[in-house]
Ligand binder design. Structure first.
Ligand code: NAP
Length: 343
């Protein structure tokens, strides 16, 4: 215990999950007193020396303030705060409900900002540091992960600003970027997306069938690494005399190469890697366009603006506003109608 007090106390949020739980153990093994943030009571660390569970719900600022008050009553300062808790909200933007977008930002971006605000007095008095756990999507945005990408880009940006803001007190701010890691986060995200899509307009869900299939296939190719590797890196950031700004773990390293590419090329590489470039126009086209199935052309057909546009691009108005499916669509084979597992 004396050794633990010498090394100081660390708060880890999201301690009940894969990377968080492994980080708590890695830090406790190194002799830190670890406050393991959990949404509800857990026996996960029963018998692990130096670990104290603290209730922490990131979407509730009162819960964060209460945790800060509790810890302030027990220690003089913190050696580090590790903002690890996170969720993935996945799916095409069109199919992600507003409350899911809110949850994404509450846990991944606003929660860490509130934790930092509430714990800064303890970090300052403990000559401590901040370690934020981000994701490769923070730098390379991924289609069908717009909510996650935006939330992690926000966390990255917040970390960069904070590093300069807190330099006067010599409070280092590091970002740890794990690559694909074997945890339950993907199953949880899949279940939430499935639920959201079952509530969405089914015509809209059908529009994205090929995208969702391609995404699933691409995901299956990833070989998630072990949580321990990420936990070791977080522990390095907590222990280092001069912590780095950014730590990349596993395939986050290779993904970071994408940030060096010109935007257009990067878009093509990402689309190709996810198989989105192979999606047939049929899938991108609404399944039933009213003027395709029932003959009458749309009201704009043959009107002056359409005729003028047709003249400029040198074709007839029916090429601008088609009254029948284009040949590539008419001739393409029907898509299989078997039910698919949504993301
Ligand atoms: N796994 C990967 O491949 C990967 C890759 C890159 C980055 N990351 C990042 O690594 C971090 C940890 O992810 P993980 O893979 O270990 O996920 P995980 O196993 O699902 O663990 C996530 C943790 O966050 C907690 N959490 C979720 N919502 C919360 C809320 N509202 N308030 C407080 N805590 C909440 C969870 O608590 P409950 O158990 O109560 O839900 C859990 O303890 C996340 O920031 C994630 O974005 C993971």
């Amino acid at each position: 215990m004396a050794e633990q007090q010498q090394r100081g106390a660390v708060l880890v949020t999201g301690a009940t999950g894969g990377i968080g739980a492994a980080t708590v153990r890695a830090l406790a093994t190194r002799g830190f007193t670890v406050y393991a943030g959990a949404r509800s009571a857990t026996s996960l660390f029963k018998g692990v020396t130096g670990v104290r569970v603290v209730t922490l719900e990131l979407s509730d600022s009162a819960s964060i303030a209460a945790a800060a008050k509790q810890i302030a009553g027990e220690v003089k300062g913190l050696h580090a705060v590790v903002n690890n808790a996170g969720v993935i909200v996945q799916g095409p933007l069109e199919l992600v409900p507003a409350e899911e977008w809110r949850r994404q930002f509450e846990v991944n971006t606003l929660g860490p900002a509130t934790v930092i605000r509430e714990f800064l007095p303890l970090i300052r008095s403990g000559a401590g540091r901040i370690v934020n756990v981000s994701a490769p999507t923070g730098q390379v945005a991924m289609p069908l992960l717009s909510a996650l990408s935006a939330s992690k880009a926000g966390l990255d940006s917040l970390s960069d600003a904070l590093r300069l803001e807190l330099a006067a007190w010599k409070i280092p701010v590091s970002v740890v970027v794990p690559g694909s890691t074997a945890t339950a986060i993907f199953d949880k995200a899949g279940a939430a997306a499935k639920e959201a899509q079952s509530q969405a307009e089914q015509d809209r869900v059908r529009l994205y069938r090929a995208h969702l299939e391609a995404y699933e296939k691409a995901n299956a190719r990833f070989k998630p690494g072990p949580v321990e590797k990420v936990a070791e890196t977080i522990a390095r950031a907590v222990e280092a005399r001069r912590p780095k700004r950014r730590y990349l773990v596993g395939d986050a390293r290779s993904l970071s190469i994408l940030t060096k590419l010109p935007a257009g090329l990067r878009d093509r590489v990402v689309a190709q890697a996810l198989g989105l470039n192979r999606i047939t126009p049929e899938a991108r086209w609404p399944a039933r366009r009213p003027w395709y199935s029932s003959a009458p052309p749309p009201a704009l057909a043959g009107t002056r603006p359409v005729n003028s546009l047709a003249k400029v691009i040198g074709c007839s108005w029916s090429a601008v506003i088609p009254t029948a499916p284009p040949t590539w669509l008419a001739n393409s084979p029907p898509r299989p109608s078997s039910p698919r597992t949504p993301l």
